[in-house]
Design a protein around this ligand. Structure first.
Ligand code: NIG
Ligand code: FE
Length: 413
């Protein structure tokens, strides 16, 4: 009989423990969402009485517990539900300060227009590297405890060459999915000179960002960057070898989604105000619509019409948009629950969007799925089914998280 897994040692914020050598069998999983349609039952590829064999940081086998191969160690799931680790494809974790006062003002009736971004820029510029690193690490750890095993992190609160480069350098300490968002807003010192700022972003700032960035993003919105400016930003990013993503159609209609589709961006994010033409562009192309219900929740705004997108055949992802202004949450389970209750997604659609959908939005095929060769990123729930993520909102259901094969919670299993 193999030994059961000992409780892992406490881990420093943001860091991830290494997997123990040898194989680990997670068995007795009551219901397992694999997102591998080869198992049948639709996109979730749902198995019952399942097991997952992990070898190092990779999945070596998925199937019925009764058929499981031998392993060096065993983690008994005792009937819990399992699913792939969440893939949060949109987060802004490098910043200083918070904007709780702005949130309170909104809850008393003020509108969100993105204007508060500049106050976070001022706080971020004034902060030392250690403070920024500590905040990003705390939030990364907080997300991991809630089942997020892959996370994208954007810059965008530095908005100078040096501050964007250091934001990305710090982001790269926590994830490979780093995004240069120098074109978040026009900073105060460039007020009235937006085109000059776009020249800075597409020139020296991009050059300083490229060593640390995988993606290029732009906030294409009234009050931020218009269609021509966003096109220039994205074209420069593509020319520098970065993949593209766009903050699009969040606060009102605009050209962002059409641009994302035209330029083959991996993702158009927010997608709250869409025309029929926007939906058609997304349905015809490979750009994922990443919906961020935490932002609508925290700005008390209308939610995006997920049903319209899904019925048109658009690939939908869910992400947190964690940032101190419009959505200060790292909780993918909250986003799943909001998507089900407020956006007419089924629990199956929402769970797929928070795992496989996020992977599509990052153009990754090694995460968001449990199959041979994928990363050993697995969440166990203190619940018999993934349905409970939406059915039991606000309840800490995450029992254990395996990240790259290593269990990260002390009391899991
Ligand atoms: O995705 N929309 C632009 N950027 C962030 C908000 C940033 C902020 O308010 O600080 C977002 O919602
Ligand atoms: Fe955002």
């Amino acid at each position: 009989m193999p030994a059961s897994v000992p409780a892992p040692a406490p881990v420093a914020p943001g860091s991830v423990p290494a997997p123990a050598p040898g194989t680990l069998l997670v068995d007795g999983i009551g219901e397992l969402v694999t997102n591998d349609p080869a198992h049948g039952g639709g996109p979730l590829g749902r198995l019952t009485r399942a097991a997952v064999l992990i070898d190092g940081d990779r999945i070596a086998w998925v199937g019925r517990s009764a058929d499981a191969p031998a392993a060096d160690r065993r983690l008994p799931a005792e009937g819990r539900a399992g699913l792939p680790g969440f893939v949060d494809s949109h987060a802004h974790l490098v910043f200083a300060g918070d904007r709780a006062g702005e949130f309170a003002a909104r809850m008393a009736g003020a509108r969100y227009d993105g204007g508060g971004i500049r106050s976070t820029v001022a706080a971020t510029r004034a902060a030392g590297d250690g403070e920024l690193r500590a905040t990003a690490g705390r939030l990364r750890r907080e997300a991991l405890r809630q089942g997020t095993t892959t996370i994208e992190i954007k810059s965008g609160y530095g908005l100078s060459v040096a501050d964007e480069a250091r934001s990305l350098r710090i982001a790269a300490e926590f994830t490979a999915e780093t995004t240069f968002l120098g074109a978040h807003v026009v900073p105060a010192e460039y007020a009235g000179r937006a085109d000059a700022y776009v020249d800075l972003v597409t020139g020296p700032m991009l050059a300083a960002a490229v060593p640390y960035a995988r993606w290029m993003d732009v906030f294409c919105e009234r009050g931020a960057f218009d269609g021509d400016q966003a096109r220039a930003v994205l074209a420069a990013g593509a020319a520098a070898g970065l993949g593209l993503r766009v903050h699009a159609n969040q606060l009102g209609p605009g050209p962002g989604v059409a641009l994302a589709g035209e330029l083959g961006a991996a993702s158009a994010d927010h997608c709250t105000h869409l025309s029929d033409a926007d939906v058609a562009v997304l349905a015809a192309g490979s750009t994922v619509a990443t919906l961020l219900p935490g932002a609508e929740f925290s700005t008390r705004s209308r939610y995006p019409d997920a049903r319209r997108l899904l019925d048109a055949g658009v690939t939908v992802a869910l992400a947190t948009d964690c940032n101190p202004g419009s959505s200060y949450t790292t909780s993918m389970p909250l986003c799943v629950a909001l998507a089900v209750r407020e956006m007419a997604m089924t629990p199956a659609e929402a769970v797929w969007a928070a795992t496989a959908g996020g992977a599509r939005a990052l153009r990754r095929d090694d995460v968001g799925v449990l199959r041979l060769g994928a990363r050993a990123d697995l969440v166990l729930l203190d619940a018999p089914s993934y349905l409970h993520l939406a059915y039991r909102p606000g309840v800490p259901l995450i029992s254990q998280v395996l990240h790259d094969g290593a269990p990260i919670l002390p009391d899991g299993g």
